[in-house]
Design a protein around this ligand. Structure first.
Ligand code: ADP
Ligand code: MG
Length: 664
């Protein structure tokens, strides 16, 4: 048994337990030993039975007499016993655990941990956890005890027992040389599971975070090396004159950042191996047109470009944007929806837009030379699917507005090349942002009405609510459907639209189209508008219960306005009077800065947490571990050429434990 062994090779873990462990994402010995406690319970102080007080949670060590099964008059099943230590004795009560009378035989020497409370008007120890004394040191008592993420049928006690014995059975010698400032693997793992003192936990975490980032980076380097070996049979030629012609046909001049990103991408495309680039840029920084230029080059080389958007709404929008750019060149842009008949789309269109969901469908493509993946945060998944689907090695351009600092992005996606749109298009005014107290709501509505009817053009507005429907438990939170009703009375002079995730996709498209065409002036919506919707005439966004969103998400929502030269506004209503965090949006307009503020105010994990971006691939490490990230990176680079000297390390990487981009 070693770290890479399947979990069923652990004594006492058969298929049934393996199934339960899978729910905790534990499949191998490695996974179990890295199933880390999220807190510790201090059971180190041993109390005396004679001096315990009701309300206290205590550890006691002593002897139990016979455990008796009884039923109360109301039919409850009770187990009672008497506990004795040198100081005195105390009744112990359990509920519905009749097996205890078999495990705890009279005279059992035990440690118990639980709460003292009154039972039949006398202090008793209620439903304690127990551990039999075996002559060995306690695992569950008399110490700092780790508490783990649990699942039905797998308690912390069970996990603790298994992990404790694994720590003693496994060879945990370092399988690669860590930098000297870190603990050995053996002590890091021992201390994170069973610390003697709480202050031992942080250094242990650092070592494990280092490992995680190191493995991640090493894997990325390996994949990059493999991908550089993939040769394309038809490298692209870049016709600079034609590209310049395309760019000058656009209704605006490109920003410096856009020009630079285009140069980087086009130079990728002319290499004899597939490009794999991540284009990062704040909301509204103009990523779409950068991808369009690449698509044009792909077209000129006789290849199809596949443009993937996260939602149907965005796919439709991209098709329109791209059509307006490509129609002058006689290029039709196709749209594949879940209803499309695959065959008709394949060869006719040189540029095809669809949703990520497309990847799961059996659609055969003609000759895909470039795949553009928009607003995709789980890069690896999509790209692996693409590799099997197109059967070739297309160039891949992934775009995201997730504000990941450059150093972090390079580590996380170390096998991607990175372009960053630093500047937003000129002439954009920062979106004026106010946190609005409830008392000023009516005044805010009057002001909003003024904005919308401002002649001659009149702006449009989004009103975003966190939920679709009213909730019984959160009655104070405004829902999109009930706001939609209410606001129609408040703004009888305007036409309102309602957009949420439960609408059928044709309905969604109709709602967005009406808004885009100016037929509706106010779009009441759930955060489905968050990603990428581009309606330049929309200049006001009102966000209800703004405190329920992270700053990064609010920044994304705010990015729906300020997409033209009009002054735009963002009004934030909050349920809680504590608006310090929201106030940051009044003064900061950069996604990266806001991400850092959120990191400070809410702690790591929140911003980039699974809920928002689906990219929490870390168990231990955090994006805020900047020093560790840097160290892990240099160490991975150094070790790469000597990787074959470290067989265990190699086996762990081969195991594909780390879920990141698989280019082509
Ligand atoms: P995002 O980076 O958020 O995907 P988009 O590509 O949707 O941004 O661009 C946002 C808006 O800015 C679009 O309406 C687009 O036409 C416009 N735009 C893009 N580049 C420029 C530019 N250089 N100058 C002016 N407007 C631009
Ligand atoms: Mg976009």
């Amino acid at each position: 048994m070693n770290l890479a062994s399947p979990i069923t090779s652990v004594p006492g873990i058969g298929p049934a337990f393996a199934k339960k462990l899978a729910r905790l994402q534990v499949f191998t010995v490695f996974d179990l030993i890295y199933h880390l406690p999220f807190r510790y319970e201090d059971r180190s102080r041993i109390y005396r039975a004679a001096s315990v007080q009701p309300g206290e949670t205590v550890t006691l060590v002593g002897t139990l007499d016979k455990v008796t099964n009884t039923f109360t008059r109301r039919g409850k099943n009770l187990q009672t016993a008497n506990f004795t230590d040198a100081s005195g004795s105390l009744p112990v009560i359990w509920f519905n655990q009749s097996f205890l009378s078999r495990t705890l035989t009279p005279g059992s020497r035990v440690a118990l941990y639980g709460k003292i409370d009154f039972f039949s008007r006398r202090p008793a120890l209620i439903s304690p956890e127990y551990e039999l004394m075996t002559g060995q040191p306690f695992i569950h008592m008399g110490r700092l005890v780790p508490i783990y993420p649990e699942t039905l049928g797998l308690s912390s006690k069970w996990l603790r027992t298994k992990i404790f014995s694994l720590l003693h059975q496994l060879d945990l010698t370092d399988y690669f040389p860590p930098p000297p400032e870190f603990l050995s693997l053996q002590s890091a793992l021992t201390r994170i599971h069973f610390p003697d003192q709480l202050d031992q936990v942080a250094p242990a975490r650092h070592r494990l975070a280092f490992d995680e980032l190191f493995l991640l980076h090493l894997t990325a380097l390996l994949r990059r090396a493999a991908w550089l070996k993939t040769k394309l049979t038809h490298p692209f030629a870049v016709d600079n004159t034609a590209v310049a012609g395309f760019i000058s046909s656009l209704p605006f001049a490109l920003t410096l950042s856009q020009k630079q990103a285009i140069t980087e991408i086009l130079s990728d495309l002319s290499l004899p191996h597939p490009a794999n680039r991540l284009l990062e840029g704040d909301v509204g920084s103009g990523k779409t047109v950068v991808a369009a230029v690449a698509a044009y080059v792909s077209y000129l080389n006789g290849f199809q470009t596949l443009f993937l958007a996260p939602t149907q709404i965005l796919a439709v929008q991209h098709r329109e944007t791209l059509s307006s750019m490509f129609t002058p060149f006689g290029i039709d842009v196709g749209l594949i929806t879940s209803q499309s008949k695959a065959k008709t789309v394949q060869s006719k269109f040189k540029i095809v837009v669809g949703t990520h969901a497309l990847l799961s469908k059996k659609i055969e493509f003609d000759r895909v030379g470039l795949v553009v993946i928009d607003e995709q945060h789980r890069f690896g998944v999509a790209q692996r699917a693409l590799a099997t689907q197109t059967g070739r090695s297309p160039h891949i351009l992934t775009m995201t507005a997730t504000p990941i600092p450059r150093t972090i992005a390079l580590t996380l996606y170390g096998d991607l090349d990175l372009s960053w749109l630093e500047f937003s298009p000129a002439g954009r005014l920062p979106v004026k942002t106010w946190v609005v107290p409830e008392a000023k709501r009516q005044a805010a509505y009057r002001w909003l009405a003024g904005q919308i009817s401002d002649l001659p053009a009149g702006r449009q507005a989004f009103i975003v609510c966190p939920f679709i429907d009213d909730s019984e438990t959160l009655s104070s939170v405004r829902s999109a459907t009930s706001e939609f009703q209410r606001l129609q009375d408040i703004f009888p002079q305007f036409r309102l639209g309602l957009l949420h995730g439960r609408l059928k996709s044709a309905e969604k498209t109709a709602v967005i189209d009406a808004f885009r065409a100016g037929q509706t002036q106010i779009l009441v919506s759930t955060p489905v508008v968050e990603v990428g919707i581009d309606v330049p005439n929309a200049a006001v966004i009102v966000i209800e219960a703004a405190d329920r969103f992270g700053l990064a998400q609010l920044h994304q929502l705010r990015g729906r306005v300020g997409r033209s030269s009009h002054q735009s506004y963002c009004l934030l209503f909050s349920e809680t009077p504590d608006t310090a965090r929201l106030k940051a949006l009044e003064t900061h307009h950069s996604g990266r800065q806001l991400a850092e503020i959120d990191l400070r105010l809410r702690g790591p994990g929140q911003i980039y947490g699974t809920a928002q971006h689906g990219s929490s691939q870390f168990k231990v490490a955090a994006f805020s571990d900047l020093d560790i990230i840097a160290t892990a990176k240099t160490n991975a680079q150094h070790l790469l050429p000597r990787l074959s000297d470290y067989p265990v390390l190699l086996s762990l990487i081969k195991d594909d434990k780390i879920n990141i981009v698989q280019p082509n």
